[in-house]
Design a protein around this ligand. Structure first.
Ligand code: 8YV
Length: 330
């Protein structure tokens, strides 16, 4: 669907974005910005969608069926600032002919860098080492101080071989990891060959055989608690789990228990089941790195995400198809 209107579209942006993005949004559109950066309440979102032509939400906004039901007839586009759209009821939006777009691609490499950083930092105990040094406990080199585990030669199992999973696979191969993956279907043979990746149709078998697991699938009803207590129990005791996707994919309470009991060796987490809350059992564990949902947080990606949002809005109002439409769930 495309449309033309003879005025600047009225845009509501739910969170503070970089100044350069704000400037362009104000130039191009009749934009209402949330400069205070306090997340909008559901009641505020309901009011916002009554008069907007376009809503620009982020991962912290719950755009559920109630919000969509409250939308006025002017609301034609939800242009999400972010790749994941699990916080938006896409089916409800589509039922009301509201297009949903996202910002894929521009955050792939940065997110993969961050996942790779965790893949290296957890086995090599980077954060624990930093804490020890700052605590004044570095008294000189010792042969047994802060021993970690070698990364090279280990088996990495990527759960979800989309853009980000593949970008992690490229980095992991360069670090000498052996790349394995589980996905709904295998990637094409040329991609599999280029990534030197081995496909596991059965997630349970892959988890039982990997040294490190990286979660890179989207959050959907099917992937909710995909990493369950049983699957964690199947991992080897030296196993490490990395999550830069969505917290809901791992049963966080089960993960905290598995780490506390030594059932698995470590974790690197950037996302949580009930953000910004983190399971209290994780907070005191020395074998876990906890990041505040920053895998894509570079100046560059935020600007490019902003550009993608604006391109999608302009496309619609210039009478073109939005390039990053999110399709209805299969
Ligand atoms: C973004 C993310 O920072 O794009 C995503 O899906 O999880 C993050 O990397 C966030 O979504 C911005 O809304």
């Amino acid at each position: 669907m495309s449309m033309k209107i003879n005025r600047k579209p009225n845009i509501i942006v739910t969170r503070r974005l970089p100044d350069a993005v704000h400037g362009r949004l104000l130039d191009l559109f009749d934009a209402k910005l949330n400069v205070s950066d306090a997340p909008m309440s559901q009641a505020e979102l309901k009011i916002a969608v009554q008069s907007a032509d376009v809503l620009v939400p982020t991962v912290t906004d719950r755009i559920d069926a109630d919000i969509i039901a409250a939308a006025g007839t002017e609301l034609k586009l939800i242009a999400n600032f972010g790749a994941g759209t699990d916080h938006i009821d896409i089916a409800a939006a589509h039922a009301k002919n509201i297009i949903v777009t996202n910002t894929p691609g521009v955050l792939t490499e940065d997110t993969a860098d961050f996942a790779m950083a965790l893949i290296l930092a957890v086995p090599r105990r980077l954060v624990a080492a930093d804490r020890l040094t700052r605590a004044g406990e570095f008294k000189g080199w010792t042969p047994t101080g802060i021993l970690g585990h070698r990364v090279r030669g280990k088996k990495l199992g990527i759960v979800g071989m989309g853009r980000i999973g593949q970008a992690i696979a490229r980095r992991a191969s360069a670090f000498g990891l052996k790349v394995h993956y589980h996905n709904r279907a295998p990637v094409s043979p040329p991609i599999e060959d280029a990534l030197h990746a081995t496909y596991w149709p059965d997630l349970d078998s892959m988890m039982a055989n990997m040294d490190i697991i990286s979660i890179n699938c989207p959050s959907t009803p099917e992937t909710y608690h995909l990493i369950s207590a049983e699957r964690l129990a199947a991992m080897p005791a030296h196993g490490v789990i990395i999550n830069t996707s969505r917290g809901e994919i791992i049963d966080e309470a089960a993960l905290a228990a598995a780490l506390a009991s030594g059932q698995i060796a470590g974790a690197g987490l950037d996302v949580y089941e009930n953000e910004p809350d983190i399971h209290p059992g994780l907070l005191g564990l020395p074998n876990v790195i906890l990041a505040p949902h920053i895998a894509s947080a570079t100046h560059e990606s935020r600007l490019e995400m902003g550009e993608k949002v604006m391109i999608n809005i302009r496309a619609l109002y210039d009478g073109h198809r939005c390039p990053d439409r999110v399709l209805p769930p299969e």
